[in-house]
Design a protein around this ligand. Structure first.
Ligand code: PEP
Length: 249
C-alpha cells in the first residue's frame, strides 16, 4: 500500500547542461508505474530541472533548505524559494550535512517543519556511524534522530514524511547493510513512529534504505517488506544506472 520511492541524491555533481541532458535520457524510462522517482539536485540545477520534467512523472528535490522564509542568512535558500520553482521534495539531515555543516537534530526538526510550511515533502536521513554500530547503538541513534526530526508535526504531515535509513559507514563506501539488517532497523523506526504518533501514521510513512545501493543489489533490498525504496548517491548519476534502479524497485 506504500508507493516505493527511489530518490537520487546527486550531491555536488552536475552542471545545468549535464542535469538537463540526464532528464532527456531517463524520460519515459525511469518512469515506472507504481514507483515514485525523484532527482535531488544542486540548487543551481533546480529551475531547469523542474522545467525539464514537465509532462513526466519524474519529481525534483533539493538537498537542503533553510528553516526561515527569508532574512540575513548569506548563502542559504528557503522553502518559499524552492516551492516557487516547482520543487516537490527536500533531503533534510543527510549525514554529510550533519557531519560537515553541523546540523543538529534541532536544526533538522526546524527544517522539516519549514518544508511542510511550504508544501515540500521531506526525505529525512537518519543512521549510525560505524563506531555507534559497533557499540550496539544503532537503534538508539535512529530512534533519537527520527523522534527529534518528526517532533511537532501533525499526524497528517508525519504520514507524508519519507525517512531514509542510511548507515553512515555504508554511504559511498561500497559496503552495504544486508537487506535483513536494514529491514530490522527500518521495522524498529516504524515501531517508534507508531509510538510517537500512531500505527496508522507509521503504516503510511515510507522508509527507504540508503548506502551503496546499486542496480545489482536494489532488488534484494526491495524484496524486504519494510523497505520502501532507496536513497541513492553514486549510482544515481548515470542515466542507465538510474533507470535500472527505478526498474528494480
Ligand atoms: C547518499 O548520498 O545518500 C548515498 C546513499 O550515497 P551512495 O549511494 O553513494 O552510498
Amino acid at each position: 500500500m506504500r508507493t516505493p520511492i527511489i530518490a537520487g541524491n546527486w550531491k555536488m555533481f552536475k552542471t545545468v547542461k549535464e542535469a538537463v541532458a540526464f532528464i532527456e535520457d531517463v524520460k519515459g524510462k525511469a518512469e515506472v508505474a507504481g514507483v515514485e522517482s525523484v532527482i535531488c539536485a544542486p540548487y543551481t540545477n533546480l529551475p531547469a530541472l523542474t522545467e525539464a520534467v514537465q509532462g513526466t512523472s519524474l519529481k525534483i528535490g533539493a538537498q537542503n533548505v533553510h528553516f526561515e522564509d527569508s532574512g540575513a542568512f548569506t548563502g542559504e535558500i528557503s522553502g518559499l524559494m524552492l516551492k516557487e520553482i516547482g520543487v516537490d521534495y527536500v533531503i533534510i539531515g543527510h549525514s554529510e550535512r550533519r557531519a560537515y555543516f553541523a546540523e543538529t537534530d534541532e536544526i533538522v526538526n526546524k527544517k522539516v517543519l519549514a518544508a511542510f510550511k511550504h508544501g515540500l515533502l521531506p526525505i529525512v536521513c537518519v543512521g549510525e556511524s560505524l563506531e555507534e554500530r559497533e557499540a550496539g547503538k544503532t537503534k538508539d541513534v535512529c530512534r533519537v534522530q527520527t523522534e527529534a526530526a518528526l517532533q511537532g508535526l501533525t499526524e497528517a504531515q508525519a504520514a507524508q514524511v519519507v525517512v531514509a535509513y542510511e548507515p553512515i559507514w555504508a554511504i559511498g563506501t561500497g559496503k552495504t547493510s544486508t537487506a535483513e539488517d536494514a529491514g530490522e532497523v527500518i521495522g524498529y523506526i516504524r515501531e517508534r513512529i507508531a509510538a510517537q504518533f500512531n500505527s496508522d501514521v507509521a503504516g503510511k510513512v515510507r522508509i527507504q534504505y540508503g548506502g551503496s545501493v546499486k542496480p545489482n543489489n536494489i532488488r534484494e533490498f526491495m524484496q524486504h517488506p519494510d523497505i520502501d525504496g532507496a536513497l541513492v548517491g553514486g549510482a544515481s548519476l548515470e542515466p542507465a544506472s538510474y533507470i535500472s534502479l527505478v526498474e528494480g524497485a
